[in-house]
Design a protein around this ligand. Structure first.
Ligand code: CAA
Ligand code: NAD
Length: 284
């Protein structure tokens, strides 16, 4: 099966990055979100990224115009998905909301359409089995920021077919991503390791072990991480991080209990860079 038309549902942090890399690779992309302001925000982020690449001489102005012309922003799910060869779901990390979306999508998309999900940790098998095409359903986990991070983690659900895996693998390679293949497991491979590490940094902060700046400097200079775990939490979004930790806790128990400080910040609406404040203040 050849993929030509890609539908990205969700124009937030990850959705607009995925739409951008798909358009860069030559796919026709529809990018859908529930409100015009989210779609506009997604397009602005893509424009900003591409303009930076033009300024750096990485792409021409003409190439930028062509990439943008391949992306159709919309709030109309039917318009976005009706000719899709693949839908990539990139909406909020809430199981029931994702299930409801796939329920709507399966009434719209062509019968050959594949379902991909960019969930950070929700069971692919559970999402897939609630759809009408569990064998044509797979986890395609990108990393933030999508245009920069080289990895694509592919997660097989219980019924994902070998053919779907092969198509997803080839598609990922056309996006210039390095693919790893992971079996169904809570938080998959990377977040299983990464999110507890970030969570532990919040425990250390809450216990007064060191300041946020010193924890981050320690992990940057002591472990060669590009940014510290608390700054990374702000980049990822504390709401997403909390959901991943809650998923791990519900599967494995209190070894993975989310740090109270993450909950407090989420309740305060301080979700990180995307809201202007998280552990750090980005408004100044
Ligand atoms: N979008 C697109 N490009 C971006 C970007 C963004 N949001 N932010 C930075 N870049 C680009 C810059 O333009 C620059 O490009 P060039 O090399 O072409 O000049 C390059 O990235 C480096 O940027 P900077 O020099 O401005 O800053 P930096 O050196 O600090 O790098 C970073 C920024 C790449 C984000 C780096 O800090 C980093 O690697 N951080 C860790 C990211 C990470 O771990 N991501 C995974 C998060 S977990 C996840 O995604 C999974 C999940 O489910 C939660
Ligand atoms: P985000 O909050 O930036 O964006 C989510 C978008 O989904 C919002 O624009 C919202 O309006 C939209 N949305 C919500 N319900 C919708 C619906 N029914 N239909 C269409 N759009 C809807 O979140 P994000 O960081 O882009 O995360 C999206 C998904 O990607 C989540 O599943 C998350 O776990 C996963 N993910 C996030 C990261 C990260 O670092 N932030 C990394 C990998 C995977």
């Amino acid at each position: 099966m050849e993929i030509k038309n890609v539908c990205v549902v969700g124009a937030g942090l990850m959705g607009n990055g995925i739409a951008q890399v798909c358009a860069q690779a030559g796919y026709q992309v529809a990018m859908q979100d529930i409100e015009q302001r989210f779609v506009d925000g997604g397009m602005q982020a893509i424009q900003k990224n591409l303009s930076r690449n033009v300024k750096k001489g990485k792409i021409t102005q003409d190439a930028m115009a062509q990439i943008l012309a391949r992306i159709k922003p919309t709030i109309d799910l039917k318009e976005a998905a009706s000719i899709a060869d693949v839908v990539i779901e990139v909406i909020i990390e809430v199981l029931d909301v994702k299930k409801a979306l796939f329920g709507k999508l399966q009434k719209i998309v062509p019968s050959h359409c594949l379902f991909f999900t960019n969930t950070s940790g929700i069971s692919i098998t559970e999402l897939a089995s609630s759809s009408d095409r569990p064998e044509r359903f797979i986890g395609t986990h990108f990393f933030n920021p999508v245009p920069v991070m080289r990895l694509l983690e592919l997660i097989k659900g219980y019924e994902t077919s070998d053919e779907t895996l092969e198509i997803a693998k080839k598609w990922g390679q056309t996006l210039d991503k390095e693919v790893i293949i992971v079996n169904e497991a809570p938080a998959f491979a990377v977040n299983r390791v990464l999110c507890p590490m970030i969570n532990e940094a919040f425990f250390a902060l809450g216990e007064g072990v060191a300041s946020a700046e010193d924890i981050d400097t320690g992990m940057r200079l002591g472990c060669n991480h590009p940014i510290g775990p608390l700054a990374l939490a702000d980049l990822v979004g504390l709401d997403t991080l909390l959901r991943v930790m809650e998923g791990l806790q519900s599967e494995f128990g209190d070894k993975y209990i989310p740090a109270t400080m993450i909950r407090k910040l989420v309740r305060a609406g301080h979700l990180g860079r995307k809201t202007g404040k998280g552990v750090y203040d980005y408004t100044k």
